[in-house]
Ligand binder design. Structure first.
Ligand SMILES: Nc1ncnc2c1ncn2[C@@H]1O[C@H](COP(=O)(O)OP(=O)(O)O)[C@@H](O)[C@H]1O
Ligand SMILES: [Mg+2]
Length: 318
């Protein structure tokens, strides 16, 4: 976990007076799935293209597997699979031919190519479509094929620019599952989206970008903790016991409880703003039980990424 597989330091890109990407720094390790979220025009594509060695940064540095990608783009390219935000037009090309073509571009022999095509078709669940024409595939399948193309040379890093855009909910789930599987295989993945819910459930790290700035980035838990310093505990007593009586009073008197409020009436839940950590949380539960409170549930109300996004962004869109 020590040396990052992908590292960017103050990567910046300007077009004349326009700053497309302002000093982005990032560290990712094998298996990390980094959700890169931001509205259109935020600078996601520009960042991804710089990391894919397709765009020269104005300043800053980046390495992949320790190799400087600005100085040695040729050495870095075999380590990267880049999925652009648009799928090209391929008339009269069959699925296997499309993949075989890209495998050939990586100088694989005929036998290697056959094995490669089988492997990536299997991985992206497109084996049945081997002889179909590319243009005849559904959009979801085309996106999977595009991802399959990124995998022909078995790269360590995947840079996926809006892979789920324009897909119906079902196709989106399929692509998410596929990306999750690739993360489990140890690939380091950056996946961008302008729609937060697309990323919130399968990324372990996120970065929120707006107007060329990376406003916040890090592991999901830490970000949530930063934005919400007190834990919100939801404690529900047995029906008929009453949430507003001794239970609430006991809670209010405890040292790490900032506030205890009753929600949904006396048969409802006590919401506790709690400043302690997890072990104090466990101690709190033990104390409540020892004092004879009949509890049905004791949970932490987690702030989800949706809330994080709303707090971090100001709603400005280019
Ligand atoms: N080749 C270019 N020339 C000038 N401006 C560009 C170019 N490419 C992107 N931009 C600008 O850079 C900003 C970031 O764009 P982009 O990286 O495509 O954002 P995103 O992918 O988040 O939608 C936008 O303001 C866009 O208009
Ligand atoms: Mg984009």
């Amino acid at each position: 976990m020590n040396t990052p597989l992908l590292q960017a330091e103050i990567l910046r890109k300007t077009y004349g007076p326009l700053v497309a990407v302002e000093g982005i720094s990032l560290e990712l390790h094998p298996g990390d799935i980094f959700g890169f979220i931001g509205p259109n025009g935020a600078g996601k594509t520009t960042t991804i293209k710089m990391l894919a060695t397709l765009l020269q940064p104005t300043s800053g540095t980046a390495t992949i597997d320790g190799i400087d990608l600005i100085r040695y783009p040729r050495e870095v390219r075999p380590l990267i699979g880049y999925m652009p935000d648009a799928f090209g037009v391929y008339d009269d090309v069959k699925v296997w031919e499309y993949l075989d073509f890209f495998a050939a571009a990586y100088r694989q022999s005929r036998d290697e190519r056959t094995a490669t095509v089988d492997r990536v078709l299997e991985l992206t669940d497109l084996t049945e479509k081997r002889d179909a024409f590319v243009q005849g595939l559904s959009r979801g399948m085309q996106q999977r094929l595009c991802l399959a193309k990124c995998l022909v040379h078995d790269p360590k890093v995947l840079l996926l620019d809006e892979p789920a855009s324009g897909l119906d909910p079902r196709a989106r789930i399929v692509i998410k599952e596929l990306i999750t599987r690739l993360g489990q295989m140890g690939k380091t993945i950056i996946v961008s989206s302008h729609i937060l819910p697309e990323l919130s459930d399968f990324c372990n790290r996120i970065g929120i970008m707006e107007r060329s700035h990376l406003l916040i980035s890090g592991d999901v838990e830490t970000i949530i903790r930063q934005l919400q310093p007190t834990r919100q505990l939801l404690i529900t007593p047995l029906k008929g016991v009453g949430a507003s009586g001794p239970l609430r009073e006991d809670l209010e008197a405890m040292p790490q409880v900032e506030k205890a409020t009753v929600e949904n009436g006396d048969d409802g839940t006590v919401r506790v703003a709690f400043t302690g950590g997890l072990s104090e949380q466990a101690a709190l539960l033990r104390t409540l039980i020892e004092r004879g409170h009949a509890l049905c549930s004791f949970t932490e109300s987690a702030m989800d990424l949706e809330d994080v996004f709303l707090r971090v962004t100001t709603g400005r869109v280019n």
